[in-house]
Design a protein around this ligand. Sequence first.
Ligand SMILES: [Fe+2]
Length: 361
Amino acid sequence: MIFKQLFDKASCTFTYLLADFDSKETLFIDPVDNHIDDYLALLEQYNLKLKYSFETHVHADHITASGLLRQTTGAKTGIGLHCRAGTADYQLEGDETFNLGSSTIKTIATPGHTAGSMSFLWKDKLFTGDTLFIGGCGRTDFQNGNAGDLFDSVTKKIFTLPGETLVYPGHDYKGNFVSCVYQEKTSNPRLSGKTRDEFIEIMDKLNLPVPKLINEAVPANLYCGIDEEEALQIADSSEFSQSNKDRRGVQGVINQAKQQVKQVDLATAKKMIQADDVIILDVREKNEFELGFIENAIHIPRGEIKTTVESLIPANSKDKSILIYCASGNRSALAGQIMQDLGFSNVTSLVGGYNAWKKDY
Ligand SMILES: [Fe+2]
């Protein structure tokens, strides 16, 4: 196996890379968007195949890189059903199993910090997100959190695992990296030896400030960090950029894609279509496509291009003109980059996307 514990200093978030040594199949847990380049470099360094990118919950303090990873590698995203992040590929309910080569990841529903919080068990390692920290636990006062549920999740599901099970939390603010079930059961000041009512009282009295990024991060993460125009618009807003100067994440990747992929305006796109020598590719999600599309467009959601394009666009069309559109022109630029990587030499992205097209008709 290959196992990495990565750390985002800005939000004190741990991200985990889990990989099966033989098959190279890999899972990220809780990736952070402005580290996307590091993640891609790691995958390349160890020649890994990213199969999944899962979230322990919808985060309020950082934006996930899951959507970007899906876009770049074709990895499937997963998150708790009750997080209501509808664009994730897997809506997890607990007790599911996923394979990385011959090893298995088990999902455990651990509501409390948020209603949709999940923990993941892989071999002797448990990834607890914000359900259980080393010597603490996540807050329960927003996102449908519930202190009683958190107490039940920890005492009935986590503390019943073998004591030597290693506990890898979603955050640590004190320089700790790993603990184990026995250690938390016997010494976690919030939970060890406490009754349910005592725990609820402790949580009720915390009076924590609202996380700085909550208004930006939560809506964006509901779309896997990037998978909807809404998330991109949030990332575009000047308020967001100012609050997060160093972010190379969403906006940086999009800007780079726009430089690399030829951008065409609506008038040019129409001429291309009229000349009838263009393949039109719609890269929006299924629910958006179903509400309307440009006639004759081939539909491949951006996250599925790598795995699907060969079956829908013949290999002998690699030098043919391909006009890509999404809702507003961000995802299509990213998709254009993927198409170029796949060897399509003549791709263009429609500025303003389907929104501009629709306005004109
Ligand atoms: Fe959280």
